[in-house]
Design a protein around this ligand. Structure first.
Ligand SMILES: Nc1ncnc2c1ncn2[C@@H]1O[C@H](COP(=O)(O)OP(=O)(O)OP(=O)(O)O)[C@@H](O)[C@H]1O
Ligand SMILES: [Mg+2]
Length: 247
């Protein structure tokens, strides 16, 4: 009989606060642990700090206070030359897509595999499979400028998942697509989760949050709370401040 591996803590926030130099504090005293193979929604009103929290995890910004540990490493100790390697185990879906403008959809997706050393032909074969999956089988050779916002977003998702990362951080990955496409993209992320990727999806879409049973990390007034009523599938998250436990 197969046994589920015990979850390992892969992201930990200890008393983390963030304030941008030019503005008011955004996040205040966040304490939280996320575990391997979990699937988490990250919610909160516009401006609540969802993108900022994801940026803290992939070390695009540093906290003003507190310690963030990712894959067992204090992210503040990672210097800029180590960042590419640190991020190699992550798939990032950016809210603003960030596709390379001079590469077509297929090569944007295949690039991550090329960087990991795969030959062009195989990388493009995998890239085509994924573009088909996200409904862009007819758009391999389109440059980003010729794609709609929703299509760009789907290319961004394909690019982020193609390497089967250990951790996927997806910032509003379905913000520009219709409900049907959003649902299908979520199924793709669930597939990835089932084969071992920890997934964090920042979203405003209540229908998605309520359709899929996963814990919800909710940001309001700079504080994080965790709603487990969405949670099942053995997902765990722990708010280490209140020591509340997943059910
Ligand atoms: N580089 C920055 N410099 C100063 N303030 C910033 C910066 N980036 C974000 N902020 C501020 O931090 C707050 C949180 O922004 P963030 O983008 O994290 O919110 P969000 O929850 O992702 O919002 P949305 O749902 O609109 O994407 C906002 O008040 C924003 O103005
Ligand atoms: Mg955002």
């Amino acid at each position: 009989m197969s046994q589920r591996r015990a979850p390992v803590e892969i992201i930990r926030f200890d008393q983390v606060s963030l304030g941008y130099p030019s503005g008011i504090p955004v996040l205040y005293n966040i304490n939280c642990s996320l575990y391997s193979s979990g699937f988490y929604f990250l919610t909160g009103a516009s401006g609540a700090g969802k993108t900022s929290l994801l940026k803290l995890i992939y070390r695009e910004v540093k906290p003003s206070k507190g310690v963030i540990t990712v894959f067992g490493r204090d992210v503040a100790s990672i210097n800029s030359s180590e960042l590419p390697q640190f991020r190699q185990r992550m798939g990032l879906v950016f809210q603003d897509c960030r596709l390379l403008p001079h590469l077509n959809a297929l090569d944007n997706v295949a690039l991550a595999l090329r960087v990991a050393g795969m030959d062009l032909k195989r990388a493009r074969t995998y890239g085509k499979e994924l573009l088909h999956w996200v409904g862009l089988g007819e758009h391999f050779d389109f440059l980003p400028a010729s794609l709609s916002d929703g299509q760009k977003q789907r290319v961004g998702i394909a690019r982020a998942v193609i390497t089967r990362p250990l951790l996927l951080l997806a910032d509003e990955p379905t913000g520009n697509v219709d409900d049907r496409a959003a649902y299908k993209l979520m199924l793709l992320l669930e597939e990835l989760n089932k084969i071992g990727t920890t997934v964090v999806v920042a979203t405003h879409n209540r229908v998605l949050v309520e359709s899929f049973s996963h814990p919800e990390l909710h940001l309001a007034r700079g504080e994080l709370s965790i709603n487990y009523s969405q949670g099942s599938h053995g997902d765990t998250a722990q708010n280490t401040h209140t020591r509340s436990k997943a059910v």
